[in-house]
Every structure is written in structure tokens, then in C-alpha cells.
Design a protein around this ligand. Structure first.
Ligand code: TXA
Ligand code: MG
Length: 345
């Protein structure tokens, strides 16, 4: 597919972005960088454009998309009801890794975007390339993460190419994304605000602005139906089975040894701190326990790297669920298909 040369240090090449914007205006799909992960953008007002997103990703039609805007004034075209708490969150975190759910204004976007719901998810990304592209297209842009459905979200243009080359019109390469995990999805349309998906903005940061919020209880359990339709699917998964190993390094090493003795190629996802102590076929350092933003930044790339190494089984350390750790553990839990091994039970 067509691609924009890598935009170094966010030095934006406007003629190239104009070209990408024209693809969007012509109802083609274009991948672009945001501060969280790469998005697969299309004109949210067009059935034709939006259906190309679902086709390229192999995404189930009942999973709605986030609409991306570059200016708060665009929100008024999408919803006429802005709850006070949503407004406070917008003021605090937009542009940024926060998606808000609003009552949808009838006819504002293609019905395919919202998958039959009467609500709409909206976000303003904090990335100069994303903002410039949306603004040049002068359209609300529907954009899921630019991965094949079920794969880890892409944090580089190469990840996008691996998954979608040949099935999309273009890629705007802005280098690796910063946050590395998707936006937090928050619904303030009811009495108590609810986090539907943990992400780049933590529960603690949100509560500092609007007070008590709930977490959709279905998120960590398989049997309940999550309110955010996308959260029910297996996701983020590398090809090899992944197990979350909740125990000390010695105990995890014993799990590794057992599988290697059985003849398997074994991978371990570790923190920087324990990385040097493991002996396995592939050991990948995902970042520091003392700065979980580094783990968030590296997580999807690390999961994809295990695929390149073609391991048979992966054991992952467990990270504390504070701050962005909640989103890290949500993604790891899903990547593992909820498979946990515990040392102390
Ligand atoms: O960081 C992000 O949010 C990235 C970048 C590209 O912006 N986008 C992203 O989109 O992660 P996607 O499609 O992979 O995830 C969107 C999530 C899904 O879990 C979906 O079910 C949920 O948002 N969602 C969308 N519209 C919704 C709605 N009206 N009500 C509840 N959940 C909704
Ligand atoms: Mg996604």
C-alpha cells in the first residue's frame, strides 16, 4: 500500500498528509499514529469507508468503533448531550488517551460505526500527526487499532504492515507510539461513571478529577457480558499459548525447566529487574516494575516478538495493578485467555 515516509521527531510533512487526507475523503482506509497505538482510520460518515475497516481487520460487526476528532467543536456534531463529568474529563485529558461515551446524535455517523448502539465513543488523540491528518481530512474519523482482529495492537508502522499490507490504502509512519496501550474508555452517561476499558489514563487520575468511578465488573471475568462490546473477544494474543505466572522468579524458572525438558521452546516475558536471572529459549525484558509506563510502552511489541521467535509456550511475570498497571494486566490477562498459574493457592 501507499505509505508516507517516516515522520521524524514529529516534523510534519503537510503535502504528504494532504495526500493521506484525500484518501480518507475518498472513503479509503489509512493507518496513522496516535499517542496510544496506530489507528486504522476511515470517514465515519460513510458506510462504504467504515465497512472497509471491518473487512481489513476481520473485525466482528457488533464491535463499535471510536470516532476521532481534532477539535472539541466537532463533538457537537456527534452528540448534543455532554454530561458535566464528561466535560471535566475532556478538560483534564483531551487531547489524550481517554475515550468518552456519549448519547449519539441521530445520523451523525454511519450506523456501522456504532454497531447499532445509541451511544458513540469519541476521542481526541494527543499526537501532532493524528491531529493534523484529522484536521486536513475535515471529517470525524472512525478508527480502531490497526491490527488484524485478535492480534496485539500495533505500536509501529511495521506492525501495521505485518497485519494489513495489501488490504488498506495507506500507512502514515510516525515512528513508534508513546503510551503503547489503548485509551481508557469511560461512560459518564449513567448515574455513576464507569470505566469500560482500562487504558492510558488510570482510574486514580480519573478519580482525582470527577470522584468515584466504577470499573465494569465484567472486564476480568469471562462469564459476564462487558458493556464495551470489544472487551469480550480474545485479543492481543501471540500465536503461542501464554500463561500468567504469579509467583517468584525461582518458581517461574522451575515452570520453564519443566517445559524445556519436555522438548518445548519456551519464552519468558519479564521485568527489567528479573530479566538477567532467567534461563530460557527466549527471555524478553518488557520494562521496569518501578516505572510501569515503560512496560505499557513495550508490551504489544514484546508480545509480537514472541511470534517472530516462534516459541511453543510463553510464561509472563505479573505486574502490580496500580496506575497504568491495571491496563497492562487487563491486556496480559486477555492475551493469556485468562490462563493463570499461581504459586500460592
Ligand atoms: O487508543 C485507542 O483507543 C485506539 C486508537 C487508535 O485511538 N483505538 C482503539 O480502538 O483501541 P478499538 O476499536 O481497538 O477499541 C475500541 C473499544 C472497543 O472495546 C469497543 O467495544 C469500545 O471501544 N466502544 C466503541 N464504541 C462504544 C460504545 N458506544 N459503547 C461502549 N464501548 C464502545
Ligand atoms: Mg483494538
Amino acid at each position: 500500500c501507499w505509505s508516507v515516509d517516516k515522520i521524524e521527531d514529529n516534523k510534519i510533512n503537510y503535502p504528504q498528509l494532504e495526500e493521506a487526507a484525500r484518501f480518507l475523503q475518498n472513503n479509503e482506509v489509512v493507518a496513522f499514529p496516535t499517542e496510544t497505538v496506530y489507528g486504522l482510520g476511515a470517514n465515519a460518515q460513510s458506510d462504504e469507508a467504515v465497512s472497509k475497516i471491518f473487512a481489513a481487520k476481520g473485525r466482528p460487526a457488533d464491535n463499535p468503533l471510536i470516532v476521532h476528532i481534532s477539535d472539541v467543536n466537532q463533538l457537537r456534531e456527534l452528540s448534543t448531550v455532554i454530561p458535566e463529568k464528561s466535560e471535566q474529563l475532556m478538560n483534564a485529558f483531551w487531547p489524550g488517551p481517554l475515550t468518552l461515551i456519549f448519547q449519539k446524535k441521530a445520523g451523525a455517523v454511519s450506523e456501522l460505526v456504532t454497531a447499532g448502539l445509541d451511544t458513540i465513543a469519541v476521542r481526541m488523540p494527543d499526537h501532532p500527526v493524528a491531529l493534523a491528518l484529522i484536521s486536513a481530512a475535515d471529517l470525524p474519523i472512525a478508527a480502531p487499532s490497526a491490527n488484524r482482529s485478535g492480534k496485539p495492537s500495533p505500536t509501529t508502522a511495521n506492525h501495521v504492515r505485518t497485519d494489513l499490507d495489501g488490504s488498506i490504502a495507506g500507512i502514515v509512519d510516525g515512528g513508534p507510539t508513546g503510551v503503547g496501550l489503548e485509551s481508557t474508555v469511560v461512560d459518564c452517561t449513567g448515574k455513576t461513571p464507569v470505566i469500560l476499558r482500562p487504558g492510558g489514563v488510570s482510574k486514580e487520575e480519573i478519580e482525582a478529577v470527577i470522584g468515584k468511578v466504577e470499573i465494569d465488573q465484567a472486564l476480568m471475568r469471562l462469564e459476564e457480558k462487558p458493556k464495551s462490546p470489544g472487551m469480550k473477544y480474545k485479543h492481543y494474543a501471540p500465536s503461542a499459548p501464554l500463561f500468567l505466572a504469579d509467583g517468584d522468579q525461582k518458581w517461574i524458572q522451575a515452570l520453564v525447566n519443566e517445559k524445556r525438558n519436555e522438548g518445548f521452546k519456551v519464552g519468558v516475558l519479564t521485568s527489567t529487574e528479573s530479566y538477567p536471572q532467567y534461563d530460557a529459549d527466549i527471555v524478553l525484558d518488557c520494562g521496569s516494575r518501578f516505572d510501569l509506563t515503560t512496560v505499557a510502552h513495550n508490551l504489544f511489541h514484546t508480545l509480537r516478538s514472541f511470534d517472530e521467535e516462534q516459541v511453543d509456550i510463553i510464561f509472563s511475570e505479573v505486574f502490580p495493578e496500580e496506575g497504568v498497571g491495571a491496563a497492562i494486566m487487563n491486556r496480559l490477562d486477555k492475551a493469556a485467555g485468562h490462563k493463570w498459574l499461581r504459586q500460592n493457592i
